[in-house]
Design a binder for this molecule. Sequence first.
Ligand code: GLN
Length: 490
Amino acid sequence: MNITELTVHELQEKIKNKELTSEQITKAYIDRINEKENDVAAFVTICNDSLEQSKKIDEELNKENNIADGSLKGIPIGIKDNICTKGIKTTCSSKMLENFISPYDATVIEKIKSEQMPILGKLNMDEFAMGSSTENSAIKITHNPWNLNKVPGGSSGGSAAAVAANMVPWALGSDTGGSIREPASFCGVVGLKLTYGLVSRYGLVAFASSLDQIGPITKDVEDSAILLNVIAGHDEKDTTSYDRPKIDYTKSLKNDVKGLKIGVPKEFFGEGISEDVKAKLKESIEVYKSLGAEVEECSLGAVEYALATYYIIACAEASSNLGRFDGIRYGYRAKEFSDLKELYVNSRTEGFGDEVKRRIILGTYVLSSGYYDAYYKKAQKVRTYVKKQFDENFKKYDVLLTPVAPTTAFDIGQKKENPLEMYLADVCTVSINIASVPAISIPCGVGKDGMPIGMQLIGDRFSEEKLLNAAYTFEQKIKFRENYKPGFNK
Ligand code: GLN
């Protein structure tokens, strides 16, 4: 048995039946990380002490004659490096926070610890989650396990690559405009962006607070539902989190989509979307029809404005959120300065990378008194308009089906020098964050280049159960994991 190829629900079974111990599982992952990290470069920090934790957890598990169904005790996890972990560095893959150790755990980390899941390490990302390829990391460039010359997507590229390369059984990422879904699509894994407010953002280093959500990156849909069960819920430390009755999301996986109404917004299939991606999505639509779903073309015209709106709102919020990194309260401080102003300026100049600076400048500009009405205020109006169009569609459809990204994973270096082209990689994902609705990215095949292609299913707010079932039923039918595997081509 190859332990690192198993899904989490398979690992749960093995622990329950005493076929595997937590130590064996964690050891297998640490060995795998040591074997592959040189090639994939997914980790910012590797936590070798997870093995000690596993040994202690095994002592408890040994005493239990009947391990509870659904127990995650002893199953390890990887965490994107913008989620605060007490005692373990949280760098946001930046020079600014290169040595930052949070004095507290994010709420999602408290939840993971209360399940007794050891943390294998912190995963690479674009600096402060700004990017679509993980090339903006100030620490290292992560490579796509399917082809090491390609990007893994971003900003949660370390998380998606680590799951695809079997270096972690599953991981947490964050999604502000596509950062869970696009890397999941590029790496052939499952990424779930949740309804805004379903999961606490407390302890997630803020990029754009009205858009950011933490979510699971997993090998399959069932694992996604399991991890959602762990992290969902109201948190009084995050006033934007909702107080809703607890749901067991695994119960929603029915493997049945008969009568499900699927809308296919035509605007997502226009210019700029590669023929390969279009072809795979058309095949996927046929799969749904054969499973008894009702599929119809629909329209989401406002999506044309979503990318511009996103980059105005996200940059505006980022410029404000990143104001706290001033060389005094957090992180990097310049060595040379003659007064307070120079301390700020030099620390920020030296501590932030190019993309982060670009966003701060753009954000400050759209919020400045002369341009506020023309850009920021208008973007907020368009945001409402986009939301309304989604609402209209969800009166008719249970889910909407679109591509995740216009292409498969691109080459490392291909878009790095052209920020606008990089922003276009988000054209299919940002409107979802603008409308605060949930969406899942699941693999639906591979392109001519042998790289995975993702399908995005979008649901109405708090319709995660419907979304998960729609994704699960498709996955059971096409069995992507069994048919395709990352090649580790050099
Ligand atoms: N790629 C998008 C950006 O650069 C989304 C990032 C994210 O979701 N964190 O802003």
